[in-house]
Design a protein around this ligand. Structure first.
Ligand code: FES
Length: 121
């Protein structure tokens, strides 16, 4: 009998334009990126394309890298996420652009198993 994805600590998720799902107790902020966003974010250090498997889908862990609060998706001054706890702003690629957060939103291991279906973990 094969183990389910969940029992192996993995999560299977059908992608929708913007949704939040949970993986190992952490939120994952799935985000569909427009061509304009892909172009805008490609000029910043740590290239957007180094953070995605498909440019049009971002799959970061939604935990602020400052002190672990949950950032608000689709908010803030930089086109991505805002953590109101101490004022960190992340861009559409989940890279920190302003505030005390020391690192970009973490990208978990994930793989596409269908066009719009990922397994995280
Ligand atoms: S926990 Fe997010 S800015 Fe401090």
């Amino acid at each position: 009998k094969s183990l389910s994805e969940e029992s192996m600590g993995r999560m299977k998720q059908r992608l929708e334009s913007r949704n939040i799902c949970r993986w190992r107790g952490k939120p994952i902020f799935v985000r569909h990126q427009t061509q304009k966003e892909i172009e805008r974010e490609s000029g910043v250090p740590q290239h957007d394309l180094d953070r995605v498997k498909k440019p049009e889908w971002l799959v970061p862990i939604g935990v602020c890298t400052h002190l672990g609060c949950a950032p608000i998706a689709n908010a803030g001054e930089c086109g991505g996420h805002h953590c109101p706890c101490h004022g960190s702003h992340y861009d559409a690629s989940g890279r920190v652009r302003k505030g005390p957060a020391p690192a970009n939103l973490e990208i978990p291991n994930y793989e596409f198993i269908e066009e719009d279906l990922v397994v995280v973990g």
